[in-house]
Write a protein that binds this ligand. Structure first.
Ligand code: SAH
Length: 497
């Protein structure tokens, strides 16, 4: 995360774009690793409740499983006949040390703790990776929830903290990964050697596999064939993919509000130029290899010069990079996107825009409020509270701002809020018109201050508030339960109007 600017930095001194590093690794509760068991020996001793399922799992992974259980359950007796891969042999007797020869993976499944511990010790001494059913303290490794699109396999662990939650996560991932990915990943495995032989340079191979992934995501349910391999190779050899710029809307904060297109653009970017207002968790969706650069632009703080941002964007794209210009909210709402688009076009760089949820929409959704309720609003307008110098713009349409049947959303309102509301009232806006501020819309620290055109500035001053904020004014804002309660209190305090 960028360090906050020291107070002594003059407010408007320009700063330079700078590369930022993702914070890197955070502590891991467990290390996810994937064990190859095809054709290897596995042993399970005992026959407690979870044992039969574990045997089936080991066999599904291709292991040759020997089960030692003097009194097997019915389910265990059925296991040899149910193995979908590998094989299972049931020995209806206790294990003995000779049974552990050459064993790669061993599971203790006795009812009795001491019996488990003895088996675990012997299996470890024999060089096996060890698990004990329902006894985490005896385990080298544990089993997680699985999403199976073999050869694509996803493992999920909560380190035993919340198995049901893990299952829910599994269900989500199941829904996200099309069944057809099996065929695509299997094709990748089959083509790997041929692609490796054809493209010696790492960058060429990477470019090929990125195109492959794009195609898989575009047509997940179609099984790929030889024609796809040929087409992908032809595309790759038609020359390096040229640079391009995509302006992407990051939304107001909550990462779940990213569009699927935004996600794809982030996954495909070589370089991401982002503003301070972009929530840090959004960058987690970028490829790990992508360069990320903070190019500034806070409402009031120092910013990089727009010309520098444009020049950087164009030069990166000219050198063949896929550049994502990541902007908070929607790129085309108070984002100076017009200048960036012009700069790209002037330089002959292809430029596209991926819309995002603008702050006003994020705030309205968070409030559960219609901005155009037909009993209260005839029009919706977004205005800026800032002109180029940071002052209240003189050329706002004051007649429109004075109309309570218009829902007005003020972006960048902080410095000029008092003056803006006072002038609107002067121009005829009823002072009791509902008005509110939403700080950090859609983020964990979202906060709302409600009031009226008359008193909102005082209320905000009294309550304070950090982070990006928008102001909303108009009769439509009085329609939510809390808003109605707030205006009721106001009316009682100041006499009905
Ligand atoms: N393109 C952005 C607006 C950029 S201008 C969009 O479509 O939302 C920056 C202003 O947006 C901030 O000063 C603030 O008024 C508003 N803003 C951005 N994110 C916000 C958020 N999460 N909550 C409240 N206001 C926000």
């Amino acid at each position: 995360m960028p360090a906050p600017y020291p107070k002594s930095v003059p407010m408007r001194s320009p700063r330079s774009p700078r590369e930022t590093r993702s914070p890197g690794l955070e502590p891991l509760a467990v290390l996810p690793v994937f064990v190859t068991l095809t054709g290897r020996r596995a042993v399970l001793a005992g026959a407690n409740g979870g044992a039969a399922w574990k045997v089936k799992l080991l066999a599904a992974a291709g292991a040759h499983v020997d089960v030692y259980a003097p009194e097997p359950t019915e389910e265990m007796r059925a296991a040899p006949g149910e193995a979908v891969a590998g094989r299972v042999v049931l020995h209806e007797r206790d294990w003995n040390p000779a049974d552990l020869e050459g064993v790669a993976f061993a599971i203790a499944a006795h009812e009795d703790e001491a019996a488990c511990a003895a088996f675990v010790a012997a299996a470890r001494a024999a060089g096996a990776i060890v698990n004990a059913v329902d006894r985490p303290h005896l385990c080298d490794v544990s089993f997680g929830a699985i999403v199976n699109r073999s050869p694509l396999v996803v493992g999920i662990s909560t380190e035993g903290a919340a198995p049901v939650f893990g299952q829910t996560v599994r269900a989500r991932i199941e829904a996200m990964l099309p069944a057809g990915f099996r065929a695509w990943v299997a094709a990748a495995r089959d083509w790997r050697a041929e692609v490796g032989a054809r493209y010696h340079a790492f960058a060429e191979r990477r470019a090929f596999w990125e195109r492959f992934a794009d195609r898989a995501f575009a047509e997940p349910e179609r099984a790929p064939g030889r024609a796809d391999l040929d087409a992908l190779m032809a595309e790759s050899e038609a020359g390096p993919r040229g640079g391009a710029v995509t302006l992407v809307g990051a939304g107001p904060g909550d990462a779940e509000l990213l569009t699927l297109k935004a996600l794809r653009a982030l996954r495909g970017a070589d370089v991401i130029l982002y503003d301070d207002l972009v929530a840090p968790e959004i960058l987690d969706y970028a490829r790990r290899e992508a360069r990320t650069m903070l190019v500034g632009k806070t409402g009031h703080g120092p910013s990089c010069r727009q010309d520098d941002i444009n020049a950087l964007m164009v030069s990166l794209a000219k050198s063949g990079k896929r550049v994502v210009r990541l902007k908070s909210g929607d790129p085309l709402v108070f984002g100076r996107a017009g200048e960036e688009i012009d700069a790209c076009r002037a330089a002959g760089i292809p430029v596209t825009v991926v819309p995002g949820v603008t702050a006003a929409q994020g705030a309205a959704a968070a409030l559960g409020l219609s901005l155009t309720h037909r009993d209260a609003a005839r029009r919706l307008q977004y205005v800026t509270g800032h002109d180029r110098r940071g002052a209240l713009p003189d050329d706002l349409n004051w007649a429109a701002l004075a109309d309570p049947t218009v829902t007005t959303v003020v972006y960048m309102p902080k410095r000029t809020l008092r003056a803006l509301l006072a002038r609107a009232v002067e121009q005829g806006l009823p002072p009791g018109t509902p008005a509110l501020v939403v700080f950090n819309a859609t983020r964990a620290d979202q906060a709302v201050i409600r009031g009226s055109a008359r008193d909102l500035a005082d209320r905000v001053e009294a309550a304070g508030g950090e982070g990006p904020a928008i102001v909303m004014v108009g009769d439509a804002l009085g329609r939510d339960a809390q808003g109605a309660a707030a205006s009721g209190r106001q009316a009682a305090a100041s006499g009905a109007h």
